[in-house]
Structures are given as structure tokens and as C-alpha cells.
Design a protein. Sequence first.
Length: 153
Amino acid sequence: MKFKLYTSFLVLSLGLIIKVLQTENDIVGTWNYVETRNSSGQKIKSYTTGFGEVEASGPKIIYNSNASYKMIFSPKNIDSGNWRFDKSEMKIIHQLYIDSTDWIGKDLIKNGEAKKYKDGKYYEMIETKVSKLTKNEMVIVSRDVLEVYKKSN
């Protein structure tokens, strides 16, 4: 009886581990921005933030299997760092690399928003809420709007 119970527990645990890995594997790849939607799910071209009117757009996102990522906003504006997926919270945790030599990096470090890690580099922790994730589509919550992405590989 104990053997059956132990075997059942082992199979169930393995199934849960595989499901988490499948979810992380679903994230790995290149994601292209498609559109922005409001909370009602309607496509929008712009929205208002504390800084004024913002054109709806998003970066190209590349999540690598080695836990590194890039967010490409333009050829000269690229964020990079490390990522992990928190399945229980449906969040992607980004460790955004911060250049400690430029004025923005120095300000983030001074204000405690970027911290030094074991590798000697500074990172800012950014959590991205995922509201939907399939093999080919990801919808993230960003500034109270929904950004829709399609996977290209």
C-alpha cells in the first residue's frame, strides 16, 4: 500500500514538474508585438498615463532557454538581462541589466531600484503579469492595458 501511494505521489509530482517546464518552454522564443487592448478587450491606438498620452506599442521580446532575454524597442534601445517564470503568480520576473556608468543607472542605484548581484553587475527587478499564455500567443498586463504578442518561432 505504501509503495502504491509513494509511486502515485512520484508520478503526480513528476507531472507537475513537467507542466511547469512546458510552461517555461512555451515562453522561450521570439515574441512580436501585435496590438494593445483596453480592459474591455477592445483594440486601442493610444492610452493615458501619468506622463500624458502614449502611443500603443510594445517591444520585440526574445526569451532564451538559458534564462537570458532581450526587449528590442528600437535598434539603439535594447533592454537585456535574465528572466524566470513564476507559474503560481503567472508573472515573468525580469532581472534588467543596469549600466552602472550612465546617469540613469547611477540614479537607479542611488535610489535603491537597482541592486548589485554576485556577478558584480547591477539589476533592476521587474515583474510582468501574464494574463494569457498559449504556445503562440501571450497577453501581458502593462500600465493597466493588455499587450498582445504572437510567437514567431
